[in-house]
Design a binder for this molecule. Structure first.
Ligand code: IMP
Length: 207
């Protein structure tokens, strides 16, 4: 590729665009990152795959095909050891409530996991956040990477930052939840931070 790389991030979450742009800049990639707000015609893709990587590739392929530009997509969730790796790809809809982007859904999901683990002793409350990030170049390369953050599920929510299951997740080696951390602190160790940084290396290779 020559000239400044223009990348579409397959998200309507405007916070993810500057996050990705900063990670690319740190990796030495000169790219202009835009979100789907600049490509409103791009399709809304259902996350139908059984894996995070499958879903990230599905979304990146659809956006690359519709925009004609290299596209990046991510998919993430929580895997709880005592639940056999669930909620996994069902993390966003674990409590069965669809189409509600408010914090209520996050809260219902989090309380369902706490209830399910009510009788699980501390030593078996291990869990991990996982994120897959995929890059699809129209008519060309496809690549996907994963990032993992290990930790455990506590018994009562703590902290007001972040989203989703953050108030009940304590990363390994620490004693605060990811909802008690500043965004930069979480990004430095998080599944998504790791996946985006690994993808930035791949993007640097092809740019
Ligand atoms: P998606 O990648 O936007 O589909 O998010 C999947 C779901 O996984 C979210 O709705 C959250 O419930 C959960 N999740 C993913 N990453 C995080 C995180 O960093 N903190 C808390 N919850 C997360």
């Amino acid at each position: 590729m020559s000239g400044r790389l223009r990348l579409v991030l397959a998200t309507r979450n405007t916070k993810k665009v500057p996050e990705m742009a900063a990670i690319l800049a740190e990796a030495g990639v000169d790219a202009h990152v835009v979100g789907l707000d600049e490509h409103p015609g791009a399709p809304e893709v259902a996350e139908t795959e059984p894996t995070f990587t499958g879903n990230a590739l599905l979304k990146a392929r659809a956006v690359a095909a519709s925009t004609g530009l290299p596209a990046v997509a991510d998919d993430s969730g929580l895997r709880v050891d005592a639940l056999g790796g669930m909620p996994g790809v069902l993390s966003a809809r674990w409590s069965g409530r669809f189409g509600d982007a408010s914090g209520d859904k996050d809260l219902a999901n989090l309380h369902l996991v706490l209830d399910q683990l009510a009788d699980t002793p501390d030593e078996r409350r291990g869990a991990e956040f996982v994120a897959a990030a995929a890059l699809v170049v129209p008519g060309g390369e496809e690549t996907a990477v994963e990032g993992v953050m290990r930790g455990s599920i506590i018994r009562e929510p703590r902290g007001a930052n972040g989203f989703g299951y953050d108030p009940v997740f304590v990363p390994e080696g620490g004693d605060r939840t990811t909802a008690e951390m500043a965004a930069e602190e979480k990004n430095a160790i998080s599944h998504r931070g790791k996946a985006f940084r690994a993808l930035a290396e791949e993007i640097r290779r092809i740019s």
